[in-house]
Design a protein around this ligand. Structure first.
Ligand SMILES: C[S@@+](CC[C@H](N)C(=O)[O-])C[C@H]1O[C@@H](n2cnc3c(N)ncnc32)[C@H](O)[C@@H]1O
Length: 295
């Protein structure tokens, strides 16, 4: 985990169960007296994420029924990596774009609440848009988070930069972030590993509806689209970034960058318990540290 990630020290479930009735309801008491939750139950994951957001960030977040329940340590690792990336130049105000904010709008909420960053959150799904807007309102962050509806699934920045009504784009954004839909919608069984037979089944109950988790060509095609549009809108965003769910996607994305002569990129690994994710960042503006790092 990132050295500044507060979840490097696991939260005390007993304290949380005493303080939060919603969390208490999903807790089990082991014979040893240890308080634990069943990560295979969606209701338990929901209560855990809601409780951690309230306790550590004073954020009150609701999720659309059936939508993706974000895991907080990973989202925080990504935000902390962004803090490191943008720290290399002086910026009085930080502005970011959250591509596919989901119903929780978690990245924008964390970025705004923790760091005071101004965020523009893009989303295509109607119910996610409604929930994201309510989450921003409920947490009094409307002044620094703008939710923008994307009409086309295959557009990334075009609608925002060409014709988003009511959004004034005053100077370049510092960064964009993205947790893309991982799976290829053409595959009948979603697969999140290159060696499905060798990997143990996931510890957490899978959450999220199809449109959130999959797209044509999966995450590689989605991030290739970000790369393609980044060339067109290179002056509008200082650092382009995305998370990747599969290690095999990383080399394909690096190839896609090199094909467009983008050599100024860096990668990272996000480690959270048994789950690893990857991050990629590129820029046409600032030399980013090309060293590979792991957090
Ligand atoms: C994997 S989910 C990530 C949700 C949230 N950011 C998180 O990390 O929990 C991907 C999201 O991207 C949205 N999405 C898909 N295509 C999009 C596009 N072209 N523009 C904006 N959002 C899109 C989906 O509806 C979904 O909510």
């Amino acid at each position: 985990m990132h050295p500044r990630n507060i979840f490097k020290t696991p939260p005390d479930f007993t304290d949380l169960a005493i303080k939060y009735p919603e969390f208490r309801q999903v807790c089990n008491l082991e014979l040893s007296g240890k308080v634990c939750i069943d990560y295979k139950k969606e209701v338990a994951l929901k209560a855990l994420t809601r409780t951690l957001l309230l306790e550590f960030f004073d954020l009150d977040v609701e999720f659309a029924p059936g939508s993706l329940i974000p895991t907080l340590p990973l989202r925080l690792n990504y935000i902390l990596w962004l803090e490191d990336l943008i720290s290399c130049w002086d910026s009085k105000t930080v502005k970011g774009i959250d591509i596919g904010c989901g119903s929780s709008c978690i990245y924008s909420l964390l970025a705004a609440k923790k760091n005071g960053w101004s965020m523009t959150a893009l989303e295509t799904n109607k119910s996610n848009l409604e929930y994201a807007a309510k989450n921003v309102e409920r947490n009094n962050l409307c002044k620094i988070i703008t939710i923008s509806a994307q009409k086309q699934n295959d557009n990334i920045f075009e609608e925002l930069f060409e014709n988003a009504p009511g959004i004034s784009i005053d100077g370049p954004y510092n960064f964009c972030l993205c947790n893309p839909p991982f799976y290829d919608s053409q595959l009948s069984t979603p697969c999140n590993t290159r060696n499905p037979g060798k990997r143990p089944p996931p510890h957490n109950c899978p959450t999220g509806f199809k449109e959130e988790l999959s797209c044509l060509g999966g995450e590689v095609t989605f991030v290739e689209k970000i790369i393609e549009e980044s060339v067109k809108y290179k002056s509008k965003i200082r650092i382009f970034t995305s998370m990747l769910g599969l290690k095999s996607s990383l080399s394909q994305i690096i190839d896609a960058l090199l094909k467009r002569n983008v050599t100024n990129y860096c990668t990272t690994e996000f480690h959270q318990g048994n789950t690893t994710r990857w991050g990629i960042a590129w820029s046409f503006f600032i030399d980013i540290d090309l060293k590979k790092n792991k957090i």
